[in-house]
Design a protein around this ligand. Sequence first.
Ligand code: SF4
Length: 322
Amino acid sequence: MIEVKSLRKEFKTKFGNLVAVDDVNFAIKKGEIFGLVGESGSGKSTIGSMIVGAYGATSGSITFHGDTDISKDSKFRPHALKQKIQLVFQDPGGSLNPRKTIRQILSVPLELYSDKKLSRAETDALIAEALKQVGLPLSYMDKYPKAIGGGEKQLVCVARALVANPDFIVLDEPTSALDVSIQAKITNKLIDLQQKNNLSYLFITHNLCLVRNMCTRLAVMYLGNICEYADTAEFFDNPRHPYTQMLLASIPVLSDEEESCKPQRIKSVGEIPSPLNKPTGCSFHPRCPYKKDICSREVPPMREVREGHFVCCHCWDSLDRG
Ligand code: SF4
């Protein structure tokens, strides 16, 4: 469905070139939920933005359905292609026009992407179907966003994506602005819609618990690079990269039994560095307790350590797993 090869994105800033994404490679299969995990500044949202066409790539490629190049920004994309790749933003409040009713908001993709002029009755029928799919009452059509809750606003955003009849949706932290009690409802609804409509998702998050429940495969990003990439079960059973182990060890748990299943607690040093001042060699080396001399000199290659499990670390096979 989506194939990303040697992808790089640089932004010019007054402080110099900021490399937000550097030599990233992954592929998302049809019908898959692929997770992209990382801290703020890791480059995960920049990749999502490039897939929907908000930015063009500096170099490398993104292809859709095998042969359509979507590496350039969306002004180079035909409407039919824009329609097939939709985005759900992190902040549902900020992404809905407060002066428009939900009917008006959901009619925009229909006006943009329909190949014929739809009558009012046809538009309403498609909007009603989208609201039904996300579990909102039809009476919401005439409400304004301020009259509904945060979780319902996010469901309207999902309905806005669905009404365009997409193949692929980028979900950029779709639950992080919501109360914990509502997060589960939204993620369950997203899984349900993905299965019913045979959609593919790129699910961008910093929350490893969510990807465990939602995603078939996932990749962890650090300072613009992917450091580990595997099937979800393999990833949680056998994490190999020190940064991944650090993230997993920091997940809060409720019992000693759950604690004993986590990788040994890795003590990392410091904060994620600025992408403007990326460390040499392995970009995690200033924080890594396992670093060796080679780590600050040479960028580690990505290696397949088991079938479908890739790790970018010089020392992946010699670390104490605890
Ligand atoms: Fe740590 Fe070296 Fe592996 Fe980087 S390459 S994660 S510094 S051991």
